[in-house]
Design a protein around this ligand. Structure first.
Ligand code: SF4
Length: 477
């Protein structure tokens, strides 16, 4: 069914090994007269992927990217609004940009992303150095807004869309190592978790035409990439209806379409939602070796009453059943999660439920935060943020402690095993070592071997571990 779309060629050409590293950044720096833009991105992978779409739109408008803020004509910051601290970081950066603007008044400053969408015109009122404010669905309007700002008109476009997926825009791979790339498959979120700003800052859910996703992944394969991560706030609810045939493509089918592009292309995805992850998705992962056996399945809390307050639309029993299904259908799968400690009215006992679900689910890692009330959310409107900060922090410390014990045990269980690793580059600590991840998304450090280079797959026998990293040696397979 999926291979009959005439516009997309499925037969990828031989991988051109020479196109490694960040050539993509430099290829846009050929026009000496081009104006330069400098972009900083914060928050989730979705934001980093959006910055690559922004870079592509700007490069078509004659701008070239620079990593050097001082030489830029346009400074952009792609913001996150998920926690108070994230927004405080943005204000600090604007302060830094202001110093440059004092010495270079013509430089324009633009704020993108979720904080821009949340604050809207307030941003222009509160931050005098900001020239343009653009929400996540309005990046096509950037060239217009920049032209206006060059004339002195401070601009704003924070319209959210029900259609926009930027499907026709080929991202400029800014921070890429030429091996792994992000592909956003959908935008927005229809869940209304009571603590979350995303539905207000990224709008309603819409899925991208799967054939454009396959085309983008095929293009990456032809450019030498070996791994793609499919991105969405809730990838399991991916659903695209073919306007002509009315055929529906769901997430499991999309995963298979991407897996079939090339056996050497590793496929990852993020983020899943416990209420929507289906057995069909799990069986599809089990069927294809290049669909990585790793699932990020945020739970947020281990207690059903708290989950109800969070409006997560599942309870502990449902979550446990999903975890059981994952380990039953994909026995060597790794699962990671998200936790919020100290949510409104959470009791000590309910906190203990979060600690117990970590042990029970055997997560390899988790993203862990204490509750940060976000303006405009359901929780901010309905519940008092009544857990003292000291208690929130103490509970967070306990969740972090239990998770690191479980992660370390999970790594210890891997000692002696052999894993297929995609070499990503030099390890941070020593240029005598390579780093790369297992299918289960575990960073592994191993000695270099002649003839092996980034982008290669090698088999590594695990000889040891730290709490967060596997250590090993390349073996002939
Ligand atoms: S699923 Fe919930 S937490 Fe995740 S983006 Fe949507 S509303 Fe936010």
């Amino acid at each position: 069914m999926y291979n009959d779309n005439p516009t997309i060629a499925f037969e990828p050409k031989k991988i051109d090994e020479s196109k490694q590293g960040d050539v993509y950044f430099d290829e846009f720096n050929k026009d000496p007269n081009a104006k330069h833009f400098y972009i900083e991105s914060y928050g989730c992978q979705m934001n980093f992927s959006d910055s690559e779409i922004v870079a592509s739109i700007l490069s078509k408008a004659g701008y070239a990217p620079t990593r050097n803020m001082e030489e830029s004509d346009l400074i952009l910051i792609n913001t996150c609004s998920i926690r108070e601290k994230a927004e405080a970081n943005v204000r600090q950066r604007l302060h830094i940009f202001n110093k440059l603007k004092k010495t270079k008044p013509a430089v324009l400053v633009g704020v993108l992303g979720c904080m821009a969408e949340r604050l809207k015109t307030k941003f222009l009122e509160e931050e005098k150095i900001v020239d343009i404010v653009v929400g996540p669905d309005a990046y096509r309007d950037l060239p217009n807004l920049i032209a206006g700002a060059e004339e002195g008109d401070r601009g704003i476009n924070v319209l959210l869309s029900r259609e926009e997926t930027y499907a026709d825009i080929s991202p400029l791979r800014l921070a890429s190592n030429g091996i792994s790339g992000f592909i956003s498959i959908m935008r927005g979120c229809d869940n209304m978790c009571s603590f979350c700003v995303v539905p207000f800052t990224r709008g309603r859910e819409r899925s991208r035409n799967p054939f454009t996703i396959v085309a983008e992944a095929t293009d990456l394969v032809n450019r030498g990439f070996k791994e793609v991560t499919l991105l969405g706030q809730n990838v399991d609810s991916f659903k695209w209806e073919n306007p002509e045939t009315k055929e529906i493509v769901n997430f499991a089918q999309l995963l298979e379409m991407v897996a079939l592009i090339h056996p050497d292309l590793r496929v990852r995805f993020s983020t899943s939602h416990p209420k929507d992850i289906t057995d069909e998705v799990l069986h599809t992962i089990a069927k294809h070796e290049n669909l990585c056996n790793y699932i990020h399945l945020p739970v947020q809390s281990g207690n059903s009453r708290v989950l109800k307050l969070m409006n997560r639309t599942y309870d502990r029993k449902w979550y446990e059943e999903r975890v059981e299904a994952i380990y039953r259908i994909i026995p060597d799968c790794a699962i990671s999660s998200d936790f919020i400690t100290g949510f409104c009215t959470e009791t000590e006992e309910e906190h203990q439920d979060s600690l117990s679900i970590i042990r029970q689910s055997k997560y390899t890692m988790s993203y862990m935060f204490f509750y940060s009330e976000r303006p405009g959310t359901l929780a901010a409107r309905k519940y008092e943020d009544d857990i003292p900060l000291a208690v929130k922090k103490r509970r967070l410390a306990e969740v972090v402690q239990v998770q690191s014990e479980v992660s370390h045990q999970h790594n210890l269980n891997d000692v002696g095993k052999t894993f297929k690793i995609l070499v990503e580059g030099d390890s941070k600590k020593s240029d005598q070592d390579f780093k790369g991840r297992t299918g289960t998304n575990k960073m592994t450090i191993f000695k270099k071997k002649p003839g092996v280079k980034p982008g290669d797959y090698v088999f590594v026998k695990v000889t040891g571990t730290t709490s967060a990293t596997l250590l090993g040696e390349i073996i002939e397979q």
